[in-house]
Design a protein around this ligand. Sequence first.
Ligand SMILES: [Ca+2]
Ligand SMILES: [Ca+2]
Length: 355
Amino acid sequence: MIHLFATIVTASLAAGPGPLVPGDVWIGTRTDLYGYDIEAQIVAVMPPAPDILYNSVRLGPEGLIYVTSTFDSGSSHRVRRYHPLTGALHDTFSDVPQLRFPADVAFGPDGYVYVLNQNSSFSPRGSVTRHDADTGAYMGTLVDQFAGGLSAAQAMSFGPDGDLYVIDGNSSSVAVFDGTTGVRQADLAFAGASFGALRNLQFRGDTLYLLDRGAAAVRMINLEDFAYVGDLVAPGDGDLISPQGFDWDVSGDVFVVDSDGSLTKIKRFDGETGEYLGLVGIPLNASSPRALQFLPLTRPADVSGDGHVGYDDLLALLSSWGSCAGCDADLTGQFGLPDNTVDMTDLMRVLSNWG
Ligand SMILES: [Ca+2]
Ligand SMILES: [Ca+2]
């Protein structure tokens, strides 16, 4: 991932947003957004904005970066979208009054975007609002502020079963809501381990990974029976102190953003064995990390993999035309990353690499 801007870090910092490349990573701290080279150079500090409390950084299915934030001394709240590679502001996705201390964003199997709101000063208070994926328009509430029973929610994600899994504040369990009705159906608690306060979650394959901030560990839950099956990263491994966000790169290694006083550290672990592979680069001189989000790689125009770009690849593209989540023919998208759609952008990439 070494590229021009990785070698002129100082210049790119001074010049504002520098382009990232697919495979790089976004880091969100409470006060700043960073683009980070996989080989551990800061390639950009994202454009300053009047936002004062960033929370989550998530990659949307269309390839835009969603950032939740609170600004104006806590009186205003919003979700903004950024270009994943340049860091340029794309739009303010939503700043409706129903957003209150937005903590996270999740992308529903129904095509809506959902926002997890912590709210404040009264309890129970967490809510999940529903938004049009294109315009951000407020479409009502999935999880009610009162009926949902959330207190200070941290993070959420839809599971492969379509239900919504929410990490509530300072909790060692996971709240499960029906993804359609928003009814709270279960609270997953895990026997056999001393879980601390959970901070984040990610579904991969047949496993739910839980980032345990309190115990400084990455827990593994089997999705068939929701049993705790062990730790990918056990308490004490990698000297994790207060892990706040995690994500996997294309090689399958897991990266954890850790809070160490006034420093933000990125630590790498083998995604299979959990072996600690070391600190990534120089710690950021920034407190209160919140999130870590990898950008996927673009896919080669040689869809068929026979060594050249020709009619076979064109046919592969046409046979997958339209909505196509994670398929080989989704090479790229209008924002420079695969966008779960095979369209003219992908076609142009094949044609421009013909031969
Ligand atoms: Ca080919
Ligand atoms: Ca595409």
